[in-house]
Design a protein around this ligand. Structure first.
Ligand SMILES: Cc1cc2nc3c(=O)[nH]c(=O)nc-3n(C[C@H](O)[C@H](O)[C@H](O)COP(=O)(O)OP(=O)(O)OC[C@H]3O[C@@H](n4cnc5c(N)ncnc54)[C@H](O)[C@@H]3O)c2cc1C
Length: 595
């Protein structure tokens, strides 16, 4: 996705300051009418023209004042809307009697094992011996609006095949329908529930803004038709909102949050209890719901199709379905978790679990991951004992942390950084640099290797994600949201919260980031984490023949001609110059110039 054109407007206005708020921002005074918080950001047009805000689906980029209003609780958070819808309707929903069927709506939870909503739906159906129906809505517009990578769409559709066959063994149909317009999804679901005579609809919470708002209104719309919809927390081990600091605030720093996360799990042992698979449907379901059993899994929508070669490649790299996820988890815990802490940062070692694709699609629950790892630990605890296990659990916890951030600071879901004042930085929109970064042709071998791994595998090692993220935001000074978007469009494990959190960390614009003045030196990163150059040689074939330390910087280490002959590019920017430029630009944007 190259940006459409470069614009160099004036600087973004720094927000006015008064008292500090929970994330360290300064609080500006809102006027009585609050009308000004509806104004777009001064650079909203730029964000739109560079493909950062998709105006087809979303409003213009919000002002910093509006982000502040969310931050200060002056605008209702989407999670609060859903919670209010659920608590306000609870009594009436509980009175609704089971009719002809109960439905579970699969979204990012494509599994039968340890799926809370699916389990509850099954229990509800059993109360009256009626069938349970599984439903999945394919939404091409959601894929577009959420920038879902074609490789991820393919993985989801392949997973649905596995899920359908697993459910069929329990005489449960998986009904899959494509709804072209995303706004029509709630109405179509209401129609289907009506046709099936369903009295109850269950779903797991998704913490992205669109989904929270949609579910909040669907809970009420269902109730108007006498249907009870329940939306339950499942995707996190500890649900967003559960942990508050001593002063009652939501945490914005990972370390104290993680300590509270561990203590919470140790204090609430049931958090790691796994939910049983759904029970078998009554035999009559096969006949009664024959048409639903016959529903097909569609092929990918036009804008998300892979070529035949890509399909084959990704299928062999990323087998789908929850059985594969469980096997992968078991193998990882049996063979590699002990060395995780020592080896995880070295991309050539293959020392990590590669389970992110399964956590993102929900073929595996994070509860199962943490419980399995804990049970491998001699202490049977999350802390203490084996260092590899402890570290791995703390990485799975990052996933929870970023979902907690998204739920409490929802503007991160709306193209605004956690620290809105960072929108004042004057980013570059240089097409050539962006294209070189995307194509892995920056002349920095470690960066190029990583970007090529992403294109080839739909995946990139975590250390490399940090290196290329920092390189884009700091060496190239490109708007980090262009990198965030590119990642979502190419990752098989694309997950909004983790991706946004990772980019916020790398560009120093997010929650608990590396400070802006800490700029990764790609050469040092390369020498430290790919010392022998195996990772670089694997992904940058032009450099295959280069021996020794020159692999990290062939042009400066006497191998420039050889690299050039093989078609490897020169560095597109100089490290020191870029570093100085980034420091100056960040300081200027944040108003930290020497007075
Ligand atoms: C710029 C950037 C973008 C990222 N985008 C995504 C994304 O779209 N989807 C995604 O799942 N992860 C993302 N991450 C986090 C991390 O890179 C991947 O989760 C990890 O590389 C996946 O490999 P693995 O399954 O082998 O991880 P392991 O090291 O085995 O970790 C186990 C699990 O813990 C979770 N996890 C590990 N590290 C992190 C982290 N830093 N943040 C959040 N969760 C973490 C993942 O679910 C992962 O599968 C991003 C990180 C950065 C720096």
């Amino acid at each position: 996705m190259p940006p459409k054109k470069a614009i160099t407007n004036g600087k973004r206005k720094a927000s006015t300051s008064a008292e500090p708020t929970s994330n360290g921002m300064k609080k500006s005074k809102l006027d009585g009418t609050n009308d000004h918080i509806k104004e777009p950001h001064p650079k909203a047009q730029e964000a739109e023209e560079n493909g950062i805000v998709l105006r087809k689906y979303y409003p213009h980029e919000m002002s910093n004042a509006r982000a502040l209003a969310y931050n200060n609780g002056e605008i209702t958070r989407p999670i609060e809307l859903l919670n209010a819808a659920l608590s306000g309707t609870k009594e009436q929903r509980e009175k609704i009697q089971v009719k002809d069927a109960v439905v579970h709506w699969f979204k990012c939870d494509l599994r039968t094992k340890d799926n809370k909503s699916l389990h509850l739906a099954s229990e509800k159906a059993k109360e009256k011996g009626v069938p349970l129906i599984g439903m999945y809505i394919v939404s091409p517009q959601d894929f577009e609006a959420h920038l879902t990578a074609p490789v991820r769409v393919d993985f989801i559709l392949r997973t649905l095949e596995v899920l359908k066959s697993d459910l069929a063994k329990l005489d449960i149909p998986l009904y899959v329908e494509t709804v072209e317009k995303r706004k029509k999804i709630p109405d179509r679901i209401l129609e289907l529930l009506d046709v099936w005579g369903a009295s109850h609809l269950f779903a797991n919470v998704e913490y992205e803004v669109d989904e929270l708002r949609r579910e909040a209104s669907l809970v009420r719309a269902c109730l108007e038709r006498g249907i009870a919809m329940d939306v339950v927390p499942d995707t996190c081990v500890v649900s967003p909102g559960e942990l508050a600091s001593g002063t009652g605030r939501q945490y914005s720093i990972y370390t104290p949050w993680f300590r509270a996360w561990v203590a919470y799990i140790h204090g609430h042992a049931d958090v790691l209890n796994l939910f049983d698979e759904p029970g078998k449907n009554p035999e009559s379901a096969r006949k009664k719901l024959r048409k639903l059993f016959e529903s097909n899994i569609p092929s990918a929508p036009e804008n998300k199709k892979l070529t035949e070669e890509e399909k084959e490649r990704f299928r062999s790299m990323w087998p789908s379905g929850e059985h594969e996820a469980h096997e992968r988890l078991k193998r990882f815990c049996d063979e590699r978790i002990g060395g995780y802490s020592d080896n995880r940062n070295f991309p050539a070692k293959g020392a990590t679990s590669s389970l992110s694709v399964h956590l993102a699609s929900g073929t595996l629950s994070s509860r199962t991951c943490v419980r399995t790892a804990r049970d491998h630990n001699s202490t049977k605890k999350l802390d203490g004992g084996n260092q590899g296990i402890q570290t791995w659990i703390s990485e799975v916890a990052w996933r929870d942390f970023y979902k907690h951030v998204m739920a409490h600071w929802p503007y991160v879901c709306m193209n605004t950084p956690f620290k809105p004042e960072y929108t004042n930085i004057d980013w570059e929109y240089n097409n050539e640099h962006f294209k070189a970064w995307c194509d892995g042709k920056t002349g920095y071998p470690i960066v190029d290797a990583a970007m090529r791994q992403l294109k080839h595998c739909g995946y990139m090692h975590n250390r490399c994600r940090m290196i290329v993220g920092s390189f884009l935001a700091k060496h190239l000074l490109l708007d980090w949201r262009m990198g965030e978007r590119y990642f979502m469009e190419h990752l098989i494990d694309g997950d909004f919260a983790s991706n946004n959190g990772g980019w916020g960390f790398s560009a120093s614009t997010g929650v608990d980031p590396q400070p802006y003045f800490r700029i990764f030196n790609p050469l040092l990163q390369s020498e430290k984490f790919d010392a022998g150059g195996e990772y670089i040689r694997k992904w940058v074939p032009e450099l295959e023949g280069i021996q020794g330390n020159a692999i990290h910087d062939p042009h400066a280490r006497g191998k420039g001609n050889e690299a050039k002959r093989k078609g490897y590019p020169e560095r597109i920017v100089d490290h020191k110059e870029s570093r100085d430029r980034a420091l100056a630009r960040y300081k200027q944007g944040l108003g930290r110039d020497a007075a």
